[in-house]
Design a protein around this ligand. Structure first.
Ligand SMILES: [Mg+2]
Length: 397
């Protein structure tokens, strides 16, 4: 029996909310993100801005060079969260099996709901119409027998798309797509595949699993399965853990940039080790700052691809620090990761080569720490760490 999986993704979500709240922005190139002077990055770009080559996570200064007439607005995370919850509640009307993957993205498993709501394609169309009519937001949907193909189908239809891949049509649907459209194939892996004459998913599908394994190791099997549109990972509404975080309260209020950065690096190291231990990867990094007057704020950034590598978590958190810290003394700094994904199926643990190397090194360090204790290896850059206080590991409901 085939599964009926729907992937829903709001189109240019933050930018769409801004347009909804200020209709004079509709149709203009719009950038949501921090100011270019403060090392701001693009959190979201409207399709008019994307047409000029702007991408999310790009430095704001670069985005404004590509598209000087763009309107920039600072992000309003609380507002986006409000719309996100409303849309997720709407999705839950169709099935309890909803897996929210990020603030604006979810998988639904509609298998067995046909008697109640009709075919998955009709449900997808109804959802698209209702999200627009009731919440004023455009979204795209992909319908397929698994998460991998549903997600790619959704991205192919953007914006305002609805793409249905019939059962048995998975490999044929993927075949003409560029190799980079497979989730997890980054720039370096893409280059390596293209050097082998593999430009499309169809080209990849003509390779045997054995030959891909001999070239890419374990990732070769995942490439092989992805190329054939195979993915058995379940839609998991109740992932046990939704986030990991560490916080450090400074013994005395801290204003030394170097020390705050070292503290962030140490916490990133620990978070990455926990992710690897639990076999999961995170797509969003959060930074929490509390100044001496107890003003507390949290900022987050969505990474281009999910990670369990300390350096990637650290550089995202450090960028958030640069962007958001007004240099007032800090009582507390925290780093967290969320949008957790398993390694299987759509979450191809097949990253670019540099990242692969870092992961292997990190895994080797995990092994040494497991045998000889955490203090056995300390990063050279942490050797001068003099912070006091306790680390808290908190679990979000
Ligand atoms: Mg989106």
């Amino acid at each position: 029996m085939n599964r009926q999986i729907v992937h829903v993704d709001l189109d240019a979500f933050f930018a769409s909310v801004e347009c909804l709240l200020n209709p004079s922005l509709v149709g203009k190139p719009l950038l949501v993100g921090g100011a270019p002077g403060g090392r701001g990055v693009v959190s979201a770009a409207s399709y008019e801005a994307r047409a000029r080559g702007v991408r999310s996570a790009m430095p704001m200064a670069q985005a404004l060079r590509l598209c000087p007439e763009a309107v920039r607005v600072p992000p309003r995370h609380g507002t986006y969260g409000h719309y996100s919850r409303a849309v997720m509640a709407l999705l839950a009307e169709y099935t309890p099996v909803v897996e929210q993957v990020s603030i604006d993205e979810a998988f639904l498993d509609l298998s067995g709901t046909e008697g109640l709501h009709g075919p998955a394609e009709d449900v997808a169309r109804a959802i698209q119409g209702r999200v627009q009519a009731e919440h004023g937001l455009p979204c795209s949907l992909g319908v397929a027998t698994n998460k991998l193909v549903a997600k790619i189908a959704c991205s192919q239809g953007k914006p305002r798309g609805l793409v249905v891949v019939p059962p048995g049509g998975e490999a044929a649907f993927l075949a003409p797509l560029s190799i980079e459209s497979l989730w997890g194939v980054g720039e370096a892996t893409g280059k390596r595949l293209r050097a082998l004459g593999i430009d499309t998913v169809g080209d990849l599908a003509s390779w045997t699993e054995a030959s891909l394994r001999s070239l890419f190791g374990e990732a070769g099997t995942q490439l092989f399965r992805a190329a054939h549109g195979i993915d058995e990972s379940p839609v998991s509404p109740d992932r046990e853990r939704r986030s990991y975080s560490h916080e450090r309260t400074f013994a005395s209020d801290e204003s030394d940039v170097a020390h705050v950065r070292r503290t962030i690096l140490a916490m990133s190291d620990d978070l990455a080790a926990q992710l690897r231990r639990d076999g999961t990867v995170a797509q969003t990094v959060r930074l929490k700052l509390r100044s001496r007057d107890f003003t507390t704020y949290t900022r987050q950034v969505r990474l281009e691809h999910p990670t369990d590598v300390a350096d990637e978590i650290c550089s995202a958190a450090t960028a958030l620090l640069e962007e958001n810290w007004d240099r007032r003394s800090l009582r507390l700094v925290g780093v967290g990761v969320t949008d957790l994904l398993g390694h299987g199926g759509i979450q191809l643990s097949m990253f670019d080569e540099g990242v692969q190397r870092q992961r292997r090194l990190s895994q080797a360090l995990d092994g040494i720490r497991a045998r000889y204790g955490h203090e056995a290896i300390t990063r050279a850059s942490l050797a001068g760490n003099h912070s006091g206080g306790e680390d808290d590991l908190e679990d979000e409901p």
